[in-house]
Write a protein that binds this ligand. Structure first.
Ligand SMILES: C[C@H](N)C(=O)N[C@H](CCC(=O)O)C(=O)O
Ligand code: MG
Length: 364
């Protein structure tokens, strides 16, 4: 199965409600879609969101990297020579992790189709179901409480509460939400780098002292401040999870060796795709460290790849934050994965199982 072309498109889907974090506010998913064509007629799909505040990637940088640095090298390569293709993508440029992830996901989609098996079986097997949390955007306290109650009533058992805007209000936000949903859902906080190390320790200890049990706190301090991550991790009982601080395997090894986090959030858009994500899961397995599988603002194209990976590594990837498609007003992707509120069911069709993408605008 030879790669004959790599085409790009744009997929736009409005969100149900604005997505607000300490880093940004977004109203719609607007992602670059990769379609890899082959001489057998099979197509592989991938997706890259422009999360400039986290990955540095924009629409322009994603499109340019794929068109000029990756596409010319991949055309003519055989899908069954997966490791050659992975090395070629990885060596095509430094960084550009979202562009690399989108292409790699499409290649894995084809590789699994070549063997006529769903991707998770190629990655190691497992049960094709997952349960995800849902994000509660940082907002006025009353709005966050109302959103949390609705999410719990829809059956979500884990809520990812965005904080990191103002330490005093953040503490009140979490207390109010905990009071409203206590015993009905686990609370994960994500500060998206919004606190200083001292603020983070103060906030988490204040919540712990108030008897509030948090499942974890994600990325309390600036991404590059590993000493700050360690400072917080050492001083609180609540597990601290690294997100923006850990992109690839090397950074994760550093985080582990420094003991700067208790959990790692693996996202394909940070790792540059599935191969590095598997390496990170294996590294964490060696150190008995748990992982979360996370996503950016993505539809079911790339979220389905993350879901396949998660079920294949379910012994290490024990936490799931794959709510991108749930935040969208509609699902433009047919096949792949089915969402029933918190429950995700992976298709048993070959590859990612994508059969149709509505509203995909191909780029010239
Ligand atoms: C969508 C997912 N639940 C999430 O919260 N991801 C964010 C980053 C997403 C973004 O800003 O696009 C995270 O874990 O920090
Ligand atoms: Mg995060």
């Amino acid at each position: 199965m030879k790669i004959t072309d790599i085409k790009l498109g744009m997929l736009r889907v409005p969100l149900k409600t604005p997505f607000k974090t300490a880093l940004r506010t977004v109203n719609q998913v607007e992602d670059v879609v990769v379609v890899i064509e082959t001489d057998t007629g099979h197509k592989g799909y991938g997706e890259a969101p422009p999360t400039a505040v986290i990955t540095g990637d924009t629409h322009g940088s994603i499109i340019e990297a794929i068109r000029t640095l990756i596409r010319p090298k991949l055309i003519g390569m055989k899908v069954e020579n997966l490791n050659d293709i992975l090395a070629t993508i990885s060596q095509s440029a430094v960084r550009n992790s979202s562009a690399k992830a989108a292409v790699e996901i499409a290649v894995y989609d084809l590789f699994a189709q070549f063997y006529d098996a769903p991707l998770y079986k190629i990655l190691g097997g497992g049960e094709p179901t997952l349960s995800t949390d849902i994000t509660i955007s940082v907002d006025y306290i009353d709005k966050m409480v109302a959103d949390s109650v609705v999410a719990v009533e829809r059956g979500f058992e884990s809520l990812k509460i965005k904080v990191g805007k103002d330490i005093g209000v953040d503490i009140e936000r979490v207390k109010a939400i905990y009071g409203a949903v206590e015993g009905r859902a686990l609370l994960r906080l994500d500060a998206n780098q919004g606190w200083t190390p001292k603020e983070a320790v103060y906030a988490i200890r204040t919540l712990e002292d108030a008897g509030i049990k948090l499942e974890l706190v994600e990325q309390p301090v600036k991404a590059a401040d590993l000493a700050g991550m360690k400072y917080v991790t050492e001083r609180v009982y609540t597990p601290v999870m690294a997100d923006e601080s850990g992109f690839g395997p090397r950074e994760v090894i550093e985080l582990i060796q420094m003991r700067a986090a208790d959990i790692i959030n693996i996202k394909l858009m940070k790792t540059g795709g599935i191969a590095n994500a598997m390496k990170i899961a294996d590294i964490c397995g060696v150190y008995d460290m748990q992982c979360m599988i996370g996503c950016m603002l993505e539809t079911s194209i790339s979220v389905s790849a993350a879901a396949h990976l998660a079920v294949a590594k379910a012994n290490i990837i024990t936490k799931v934050d794959l709510d991108g498609p749930s935040l969208c007003q509609f699902n433009p992707v047919k096949g792949a994965i089915e969402f029933d509120d918190s429950e995700i069911r992976i298709s048993d069709a070959p590859g990612l199982g994508i059969t149709q993408i509505d509203g995909l605008e191909m780029l010239p």
